[in-house]
Design a protein around this ligand. Sequence first.
Ligand code: GLC
Length: 744
Amino acid sequence: MKLKFSVLAIACFTFVACEQPTTKEAAKSNKAQGENSFVDSVLASLSVEEKIGQMTQLTLDMLVVGPAYVAEEPHTIDPARMDTVFNQLHVGSILNCAGHSYSREKWLDFHRSIKQYTDSSRSEIPVLYGIDAIHGVTYTDESTLFPQQIALACSWDTAMAKRMGAITAYETRASGIRWNFSPVLDIARDPRWPRFWETFGEDVLLVSEMGESIIDGYQGDEIGDDHVAACLKHFLGYSQALSGKDRTQAWIPERQLREYFLPQFEQAIDAGAMTIMINSGEMNGIPVHVNKTILTDLLRTELGFEGLVVTDWEDIKYLVSRHKVAATYKDAIEMSINAGIDMSMVPVDYDFPVLLKELVDEGRISEDRLDLSVRRILQVKYDLGLFGHEVPTVEDYPDFASDAHKATALEAAKESLVLLRNEDVLPLSRNQKLLIAGPNADDLNALNGGWTRTWQGDDASLNTPGKFGVFGQLQQEGVAVELWAGNANGLSSKAKGKDAVVLVVGEKPYTETPGDIESLDLPKDQLDLIEAAGELNTPVILIVVEGRPRTFNLPDQVDAVMLAMLPGDFGAEAISAVLFGEHNPSGRLPFTYPRYASSHATYDHKHTDLISPTFGTDAFNPLFQFGAGLSYSEYEYSNLTLSSDTLSLDDELELKVTVSNVSEISGKETVQVYVTDLVATITPSVKRLRAFQKVEIEGGENVELTFTISMSDLAFVNESLDWETEPGEFNVQINNQTASFWIK
Ligand code: GLC
């Protein structure tokens, strides 16, 4: 995504200072009158050039010595660039690191340097700094690294999502940063997509609930010293490109867009999310960055979003160089600002502010239009407490990477693991002799995935000290392990004399376009390893460490299968705890795991997806089902009861079900409520997830759970693009319990 940096002439701005109170004076005099009058007074004090600067976001590369993407080490502030960026261009936002993570001390030094310039500027408006702290504050050394979103979704634990959000926010603030480009609310409908793992999976309800929960963690009930502004991304329709490749064209009819891609954003906006980042791609032939129907009519007028809208990386320039919808950068700026963009993530040139000023001088963009965006930007800065703030010290955040934070990340990693097969081989005992084999047998970077200390997450030299891959972790724990990183040919001889083989396959870290693939199949050497493992006489535990469900032939002889969808820094400890029975796995798939590379349907497919070549109805045949996952406990379901079997559209349906843990092992079960609309004007899905609860059940205990479903929960988007629940017959399914009811 990030191309070479080109140095361009910088027009020096000159303007007559307005006789207005400075920011600090305005803050004191207007505080009691409420935030709007303060923001309005700051806005009124700004020149056109200063307003344009607030709409400009540059990457840290533009402040340090050396070309963007290859800054000189150690990364050092360049006073000449700081003068250009802040004194001449009045830039109001900076993002990212300059290629890799830094210590907290170094981050705080950067912020102090930036603040010196903004404090001495005429407007004194503080910089809004943004970062991708998507599984902990990844660009700060030794921060607590959590599971990636897809792994968090495997936990189905909304309370854990909130806890992860809160700890991430704390450690982001400890780094001096108040804006987190997270969560991704795109829905993962195509397993090929390289950002599949950055999502909360394929289901609208699960994405919506996990999204709102992590935002609650980030932003709190109100922004305090430990909170950050969330950033919903990538609005809208980014995750289902026709090719399955990043930022390529998507055809998404508005009915499907509203039913599957929009609800999770709407729920997050209603929950108070402060900012939104826009989809880099095009939808139905129109790049979203110039789609006024999406950015203004839908987002502002219909959904009522009042926060800040920022582009994704360089996406205004890409309207010229990639999408070819604008002949010049200046035209592209005019199109995107007029469509509804507030802030441009430029982020590696100085042209945006210069060209935007020309557009204002030529009357192609009005100052009133600038005011609309600048007011939103200033409001976010105000709400984040940036006006008059002090850069924190290391001592201000003593819980950074604390044992308590690490314990939470370990707990999240354990809950993210999904056990999908166990033919009486797990748990193992710690005195067994194990062969740990496969390309991910000892790879911490594979467990973390992209956006980890570097953009692609592939620099092991920056890994958290004392964290290991699977083999290294088991060695640390004193287990008798031997490592085999070779190919299939040597597996059999290496397995001789071992009690079990742990074969760890999957993907190496990646994100965005570098993660595009030509086939969903795992690479051939891994397919061969899995095949060879299936021929061993030794018990085999297959662990797949990956960001998306890569396909492979799974031999019946493989005794156990565990999925580790990027569990983070504590992934190896979590895997060990499950292998040896110290943690009872509770993960459930938040997506459908395809059996074949070129044959995929999501769990909420249509009835025609069931029709097989022999005209049977068994065509939907995934390797593992959405919601699947095993436990060391054994649960039985009974006594599903409905408050009524005939309801009106205004009624609520109350469901009760009993879940019994018939084993002696306490565990957590995710109870999932599916509803089928038997006949509808829009072809009905075979089922839709309509509620879920994760509950802990002691061994030998029963719990009765109650779910309340409103009839509007069962609605679909109709041909008129309205949500509609139609009267008719419905089925409810909770595990093996079913019942039906009518809406009259
Ligand atoms: C990237 C990603 C986006 C990220 C942004 C800033 O291109 O698409 O998710 O937040 O740039 O790093």
